[in-house]
Write a protein that binds this ligand. Structure first.
Ligand code: ZN
Length: 251
């Protein structure tokens, strides 16, 4: 069965001298792993080798979902090439893509997350500062978690539901509680990570992200990476390129 969709490549590895195995995140199909035969030949049906973040209309034959699909067409659109000029932006996007791959299942459609991913790549490409990129990444990570049904509790204490927010957030995050926790509850969660009041407030009130400095944003990102490491049972591979010393950021 041939399936037509629109997708963004989130992973590409060489399979042979001329072919690649690619993973697309597609609007209506979700994550799709496919073999792109002959993609590395000079005259391929895919406009040349397929790179991560290339996107456009795809056609693939779905071979019963137990095996890799076969990519038969890919009309690459222009766009996101600017990411290659800004290493930090590229690394933030690679982490975002890794999380989409790690937290969604094959052929499980998430059209809203697809739109968020495209918007995140556009915004990251146009972004000039590291602080802005970190804020975009944090918001995107939260939307991936939400779409995966794992959205952390951040506006109120995840345990007793008392309101957190500017001035009232004591700055603790617990993966086992799946969210921020207040000072009264922190003792019950041995896995809690202490955050500075400023970074805790940032996470409790996301509108503060855009106005925060790099150090608070690094701290929030460090907490999210620690949380994602718990959820995935491994540290995201690309995390070290975004926060080389992410453990320090949260300790
Ligand atoms: Zn509480």
């Amino acid at each position: 069965m041939l399936v037509k969709d629109v997708g963004v490549c989130i992973r590409a590895v060489d399979y042979s001298e001329t072919s690649q195995v690619v993973t697309f995140f597609a609007r209506d199909s979700g994550k799709v792993g496919a073999i792109a035969k002959g993609s590395k030949r000079p005259k391929s049906a895919f406009d040349g080798p397929i790179e991560v973040f290339s996107h456009g209309r795809i056609v693939f034959s779905d071979s019963g979902r137990a095996r890799l699909a076969t990519l038969t067409e890919f009309e690459q659109q222009a766009g996101f090439m600017g990411l290659r000029k800004n290493l930090f932006a590229l690394n933030c996007c690679l982490l975002g893509a890794e999380l989409v791959g790690g937290l969604t299942d094959e052929f499980d459609p998430h059209p809203r997350l697809f739109e968020s991913l495209v918007q995140f790549l556009k915004d990251a490409e146009g972004s000039k500062s590291k602080a802005e990129l970190l804020a975009l990444l944090i918001l995107f990570e939260l939307s991936v978690l939400k779409e995966a049904g794992l959205g952390p509790v951040i506006g109120v204490c995840a345990n007793c539901k008392s309101a957190l927010g500017a001035g009232r957030c004591e700055g603790y995050f617990s993966s086992s509680a799946n969210g921020l926790i207040c000072r009264d509850c922190e003792g019950s969660f041995p896995d809690r990570i202490r955050m500075s009041a400023k970074a805790g407030a940032c996470l409790a009130e996301l509108k503060l992200l855009g106005r925060s400095g790099q150090s608070e944003l690094r701290e929030v990102e460090g907490v999210l990476i620690a949380h994602l490491t718990e959820l995935l049972h491994r540290r995201p591979k690309t995390a070290k390129y975004v926060l080389s010393n992410w453990r320090e950021a949260v300790e």
